[in-house]
Write a protein that binds this ligand. Sequence first.
Ligand code: ZN
Length: 304
Amino acid sequence: MTTPTRSTMRLILLLAVLLKMVTGSHQARAQTAAPQAKLSVHWEELTAADFREGIRRSQATCLLPFGILEKHGPHLPLGTDLLDVRYSALHGAEQEYAVVFPEYYFGQIAEAKHEPGTVAYSREMQLALLQETTDEMARNGCKKVIIVNGHGGNDSLLPFFAQTQLDKPHDYVVYIFDERTPSSGGPAKKTKIDMHAGESETSNMMISRPDTVHLDRAANESGADQHRQDLPEGLYTGIWWYARFPNHYSGEGSAATKELGEYQMKWWIDSVVKAIRAVKADDASLKLQNEFYEKSKHPLDTQP
Ligand SMILES: [Zn+2]
């Protein structure tokens, strides 16, 4: 057995130091590279650790696509609104990263209770569940919650929900994104009345879930406006929709085309991407909310 000389020892030490430097830098590279790996945008598909990374990468921006269970004419599935809005939200979030909350369909749909398959929660439940959902999202780091609306019947509920966020302090902002259809451009439309399960919505479903569209049944019922109420504009009743469209069908689904669906869904996805970017860039809303909550504790001290 030979004993190493002092110079051999120095050489071994030097090699050990070099080896550590090389492996150390490898580890450092691996650590910085890991977060760049593809992360799912689906909340429910992330591990707990990846969820933390998702919130960091999304800059605390999360989407809550909001649909409903209701009849959609004689030819589209009950979940049409949720299927369409999730298609747009998920594709949008893949282009501009955001964490997307799971299936949510607890909205306003009292006007379709006479049709099979409608799930209509009470108003108390709708507001309480939505509040607890956004509260829980925020507790998990979603300080910017974008509710992406897929259902026309939520048009009054959602702005009201956003307004009630001023009731008491919240450490997050609720944004409502409620644009679903381009007002111009794309293939020319063939129908004038097109509010529910008609040309537009059926075309969209031909892109998001073509396997669920029964185009051959679209003309089995009438989606015409039946004008059964005679009130001037400016007078509103909850029964207006049923008065005009008692079959819960407005338009002609048989006029749908894949080309129109492609144009509209691309527009919807692009619009979601723009909304996510605008929300990420918004650093005013939370500051203003906090200023407002503070002032609202002592309104008499608030100077003009
Ligand atoms: Zn719909």
